[in-house]
Ligand binder design. Sequence first.
Ligand SMILES: Nc1ncnc2c1ncn2[C@@H]1O[C@H](COP(=O)(O)OP(=O)(O)OP(=O)(O)O)[C@@H](O)[C@H]1O
Ligand SMILES: [Mg+2]
Length: 379
Amino acid sequence: MPRGLPAVHPTASSVDGAGVAPALDPADGDIYRLLFERHPAPMWAYDLATLRFLAVNEAAVLHYGYSRAEFLAMTIAAIRPDEDVPRLRAELVEPLDERSGPRLWRHRKKDGTVIDVLVSATTFELGGRHARLVLAQDVTEQRGARQRAWQAEKLEAVGSLAGGIAHDFNNVLTIVRACAQLLGQRVVDDESRREVAEIDLAVQRGTELTQRLLAFSRNQTLEPGTTDLNAAVAETVTLLDHVLGTNIELVADYDAELAPVRLTRTQVTQIVLNLALNSRDAMPHGGRVTLRTGRGVVEAPAPAEPVPCVLLEVADNGTGMDAEARRRAFEPFFTTKENGTGFGLATVQRIVAQSGGTVTLRSKPGRGTTFTMRLPVAD
Ligand SMILES: Nc1ncnc2c1ncn2[C@@H]1O[C@H](COP(=O)(O)OP(=O)(O)OP(=O)(O)O)[C@@H](O)[C@H]1O
Ligand SMILES: [Mg+2]
């Protein structure tokens, strides 16, 4: 036990001992206030009838960013993201089952950051009012790490599934192609020859598709390239002009002084195409897609200096995404489209992560969407 703190052992004084500090006196309100005040996790009490905060401890003030006075002027609904308030109201109607253990909630700090918290609560009477005492443990980090690990596992499973199918499918295509070639040697009339040539071409396209699937399952480590991002993006712009349609304006803004990135041209095309096609889908009545390249830094843990990186941004002024879509966007199979496969963003994330970079997204319903990629500089 650290020196300087009173012993909390309930029988310490009865054991007697000279030199043993006496147990806390439950009648000493100051000491018990300290235990609440100095508790390392955020704690508060609120009035069950008005939902107003009645008391908050120092950790709550530090962690949530509201001053004590601000807290005491708010209700507990104010630290919830708007979309969670209905669940809060619904649960408050139910009596609290204290045996069910801590519950997972999302809280909003003063600066707008949303955190995941495990909330333990107990109901009691305080000065004639029904109140609840709450202890909130921030588990955002742990949940984030677990989710990333789970995501990586899922992607790996999808990768090996895709690889297995691609492999077998390739065998089928080899047979089709061989038969088409044999047939081609036997047919004499021009029309049949043309048709056989069509079969051959279709098989070639099928083979290309299986190569892409195989590359996906092999982690794309095939050709770790170094590429001039601007040139690769410019190449894709030409492609995009054909697929975006006339009511979508395409703007490209290049930073001329870029270092090369650790991607191949094909990968850059794949990233930009996937993102721009999503933008097109999000703008059924037209709009603007902006491609931007630039220079940035990645913060490194102190004392290391921030590391320079190359930025690639794809932004649109389309429908935007709600909280659920933002959270799940990169999940394989997650799609809100009738004919979507839900692989576009998973692929983007995979390619970028393999080059050592990161993708983040900013989006709000009605406010458009921006994807930002931070790409490491190639040696
Ligand atoms: N620019 C955007 N604006 C709005 N929503 C988007 C945008 N980009 C992605 N989304 C949302 O994220 C989901 C996942 O996108 P993703 O590209 O992975 O799959 P998809 O477009 O649905 O299918 P596909 O595999 O054909 O690309 C989309 O269904 C959509 O809900
Ligand atoms: Mg897509």
